[in-house]
Design a protein around this ligand. Structure first.
Ligand code: PA5
Length: 431
């Protein structure tokens, strides 16, 4: 089966997809030629095919050292320096791994400024062998810097400075930023986030690869899936055979028709953080110049019992993009019951996934009937290879989509506004 199967038939009429070809091909050419806005940040475009086996081996060796010395590894980062690894980890881990004693346990910090979160994490780490992966491209972001300062001190107090330095890895800019200065001074192992890869496009750099390798994820397969998708979505691909360009065209067409919100829906809770990653990717890339789809997400069938009402009958300013996973990892059938008091015997012998798939079908029909266009993205299974392909697909489509919209998809000037106010309120000294 294909890495992904994209179906836009319930969202945009084929003649509108055809009508969008010229503008979309122009946008894609702009991306591929490096002549568009923000072209200094296109390092992700050919990243999968340029990653070498030696590079992955080096990452695996660093991960193996952390795995052997640590019961817990805390990954510190925010935004693009956190969400990709978190998303893939959640999708590929067991739902109860965190409480079933998997080692090393990979936890995250630096993605909030909660005193409670940091205190509870610090208490949890107390008495445990732990290590830190500190990720910040700029090396100056407040949230991860704060978490790192606290956890580094705890680690040094527990193990001494020399051992602590062996258990800390920094992923940051090659030359600039406070984290680079600190890492060089303390002698931490470091990895570089390439200058030309922005945070939200950095999952296939050490930003995502190192934490995932620590968690035991097969990073070779992840990269292989992304590299295959890089080929499939190349600018030379036939228009209708290129899922990235068609997705970009469909969502821009719906936006022009007045649909202002794109809801990414899933029917498997393991995909929850993939939606968080996707929201950042598209929200931060396109939400500027008072334009851009608002990106939202729901977990079905859970949210059919909450936001399902709004989606079915609320304001008609939305469309849905559903990620559907064809085969679950396990096989579980509904058992028969002699008394059948719950009335479920009509499902006896059927797989739980069959019930879920019928819920998916029924929901799609109801939402389309209710005026919610539906884009469908199918992947065969949750595995490294297919997720690598899915993530690259979304990145490439995002670049094309941003250029169709006419914005620079690779900057995020709006993120500075809250920081400016926060620093003034905190009395941060001017440099
Ligand atoms: O996509 C982006 O550029 C942002 O989300 C950043 O990843 C985020 O702000 C974290 O920045 P940094 O890695 O510099 O700490």
């Amino acid at each position: 089966m294909k890495i992904i199967n994209l179906n836009t038939i319930n969202a945009v009429a084929p003649d509108r997809i055809a009508a969008g070809e010229e503008a979309a091909q122009k946008a894609h050419q702009l991306l591929a030629s490096g002549n568009g806005k923000g072209a200094d940040f296109l390092g992700w475009l050919h990243l999968p095919s340029s990653i070498t086996a030696d590079f992955l081996k080096d990452i695996r060796n660093t991960a193996a050292a952390l795995r052997s010395s640590c019961e817990v590894v805390v990954v510190i980062g925010i935004g693009g320096s956190y969400l990709g690894a978190k998303a893939i980890l959640e999708a590929l881990s067991g739902s109860f791994d965190q409480i079933s004693g998997v080692k090393p346990l990979v936890l995250f910090a630096g993605h909030n400024i909660s005193e409670d979160y940091l205190s509870e994490l610090s208490n949890f780490l107390s008495g445990k062998q732990f290590g830190l992966i500190n990720i910040s491209k700029s090396g100056t972001t407040t949230e991860p810097a704060l978490a790192f300062r606290i956890l580094k001190k705890q680690l040094e107090a527990a193990t001494g400075k020399t051992e602590a330095a062996k258990r800390i890895v920094a992923v940051t800019d090659a030359a600039r930023g406070a984290l680079r200065t600190l890492a060089d001074k303390e002698g931490y192992k470091t990895y570089v986030i390439p200058d030309n890869v922005g945070g939200r496009f950095s999952v296939l750099t050490p930003v995502g690869l190192l934490p995932l390798a620590v968690a035991g994820i097969d990073i070779e397969k992840l990269v292989a899936g992304a590299a295959d998708m890089e080929r499939i979505t190349d600018v030379s691909a036939n228009y209708l055979d290129n899922p990235a360009i068609i997705y970009a065209v469909a969502r821009n067409e719906l936006y022009r028709q007045g649909k202002k919100i794109e809801i990414l829906a899933n029917f498997n809770p393991k995909l929850h953080y993939i939606a968080e990653w996707w929201k950042q990717l598209y929200g931060e890339s396109e939400g500027k110049e008072h334009k851009g789809l608002f990106t939202a997400s729901v977990d079905f069938t859970t949210d059919l019992h909450s936001m399902g009402q709004w989606i079915q009958q609320g304001e008609r300013s939305i469309f849905e993009t559903v990620i559907s996973v064809e085969s679950p990892k396990y096989h579980l059938e509904v058992p028969a019951d002699a008394e059948d008091l719950d009335g479920l015997n009509y499902l006896a012998g059927k797989r739980v996934d069959f019930v879920n798939k019928m819920a998916e079908k029924g929901t799609q029909m109801a939402h389309v009937d209710g005026g919610v266009p539906n884009i469908r993205i199918e992947i065969p299974e949750l595995s490294e290879y297919y997720l690598g392909g899915l993530f690259y697909f979304f990145e490439r489509a995002c670049g094309i989509s941003g250029y169709i919209l006419g914005v620079n998809p690779f900057d995020q000037p709006g993120v500075e506004a809250y920081k400016k106010n926060m620093f003034a309120l905190l009395g941060k000294p001017a440099k």
